[in-house]
Write a protein that binds this ligand. Structure first.
Ligand SMILES: Cc1cc2nc3c(=O)[nH]c(=O)nc-3n(C[C@H](O)[C@H](O)[C@H](O)COP(=O)(O)OP(=O)(O)OC[C@H]3O[C@@H](n4cnc5c(N)ncnc54)[C@H](O)[C@@H]3O)c2cc1C
Length: 380
């Protein structure tokens, strides 16, 4: 194997980085994951994830983790209700008694992460390691972290998410603002703190549209309600709005005005203090992005192809990147590591261009005129 005797650094322990580490380790590679979270118990935010057959599930199959997945997935969490802005149900998967098929089974982000972490050899992950810079040394790279430590690696894979610090060592292609900014949030103990929204979500998902805005809800297994609002605002709205997003009351005041055409029921989203929230302007990379392949540095997941969340593809794409890259690095089909990476990057760029295109179409439909009607039509 070409990786014999080589040290591989994966920066970022999200679904993409952890899947890659697992698959490389299965082939006997020497891999270390550097993750900025202080330890594995840091609370995981984010919606329940549906894993797709050919990508997320295929990655788990190759990692020999399907049994663990089956023990942790959430049957029926994919059941969807589509609502209008007056909270009237316009489409309801919960009504389907027989013949409901969950083609894309759902798992919460925390158990998915736990499954991957506990499948790795001990000491694979170096926690509390926020990457800040790197420079060339001998054949490889020396990586610097904000805890003052540095490590050498022969091969580096950037899996450090949408705001990747490593991407700029590979390409200077910048992300493009999609026109939509979301406020992502999580309401803890939602049965008590947002009872009406918890009830209407009914253990599954809610998509709601009106006034060229969206609200997506997702009930999580541990009793919290994950959500994100979507609004058309300018790229710098987060700073220009003057809202202190750490101040729940200020966010609530903004919501009441911005979503004033929506019925009062939705105000439960921000009327509790038992909430975490963060604004996230949504960016994507140009669909035709390419870059010259480097000998021993590449990227995967959001670092390579961030996109808005309106096709539910981000985690799936990251996990597919991971198994395609692991395969190329560990089989003997390529002349050298650079050729293996080049082949991976070419396929990944083409695949993610299609998915980004689809995601942008959904983003536009969901936040355009008659978004609700168009979505209902799509589901028919
Ligand atoms: C609101 C919302 C809803 C979403 N819903 C879905 C969905 O339903 N389905 C779906 O498939 N996708 C969804 N996504 C997208 C999905 O979350 C991402 O595409 C996916 O997590 C990307 O995986 P990743 O491993 O590339 O990056 P991440 O999951 O972002 O992981 C990156 C990791 O790197 C670490 N890190 C970051 N910077 C550094 C650094 N400097 N040094 C060291 N470590 C670092 C982070 O702590 C993190 O652990 C959603 C995204 C959002 C924002």
């Amino acid at each position: 194997m070409r990786l014999q005797g080589k040290k591989i650094a994966v920066v970022g322990g999200g679904p993409g980085g952890l899947t890659l580490a697992k698959l490389l380790q299965l082939k006997g590679a020497d891999v270390t994951v550097y993750e900025r979270d202080v330890n594995k118990d840091v609370r995981q935010q984010g919606a329940t994830l549906d894993l797709h057959e050919e990508s997320g599930l295929e990655a788990l199959r190759r990692a020999d983790l399907m049994e663990e997945f089956k023990n942790n997935f959430r049957p029926n969490a994919g059941r969807l209700r589509v609502l209008d802005d007056q909270a009237i149900i316009r489409m309801d998967d919960h009504k389907i008694q027989h013949g409901y098929r969950e083609e894309r089974p759902e798992i919460d982000r925390a158990p998915l992460r736990d499954i991957l972490i506990s499948s790795l050899n001990e000491e694979t992950i170096v926690w509390d390691s926020q990457f800040i810079a790197m420079e060339k040394q001998d054949y490889g790279w020396i990586l610097y972290f904000n805890n003052g430590k540095s490590f050498y690696a022969d091969i580096v894979v950037a899996a450090d998410g949408a705001n990747s610090k490593i991407r700029s060592y590979i390409t200077d292609i910048q992300a493009v603002y999609s026109g939509i900014t979301i406020i992502e949030g999580n309401i803890y103990n939602a049965e008590k703190n947002a009872p009406k929204l918890w009830e209407i979500t009914n253990g599954g998902k809610v998509f709601a549209f009106g006034n060229e805005q969206s609200i997506i809800l997702s009930a999580k297994g541990e009793g919290s309600l994950s959500f994100y609002t979507g609004c058309k605002v300018s790229e710098n709205w987060v700073q220009d709005s003057g809202i202190d997003f750490n101040d729940k009351q200020q966010v609530f005041e903004w919501f009441k005005v911005a979503f004033s055409p929506w019925s009062e029921q939705w105000q439960e989203l921000f009327s509790t203090n038992e909430i975490w929230c963060i604004p996230r302007p949504q960016y994507h990379f140009p669909l035709d992005q390419t870059w010259p392949t480097l000998p021993n540095l590449t990227m995967l997941g959001d670092a390579a192809h961030r996109m808005p969340p309106y096709a539910g593809e981000g985690v799936n794409q990251a996990m597919q990147d991971a198994f395609e890259l692991a395969e190329n690095l560990t089989n003997d089909n390529f002349l050298d590591i650079q050729t293996a990476i080049a082949h991976y990057e070419e396929k990944m760029q083409a695949r993610s261009a299609v998915v980004t295109g689809d995601t942008l179409k959904n983003t536009e439909i969901f936040h355009g005129e008659n978004g609700l009607i168009k979505l209902l039509h799509m589901f028919k």
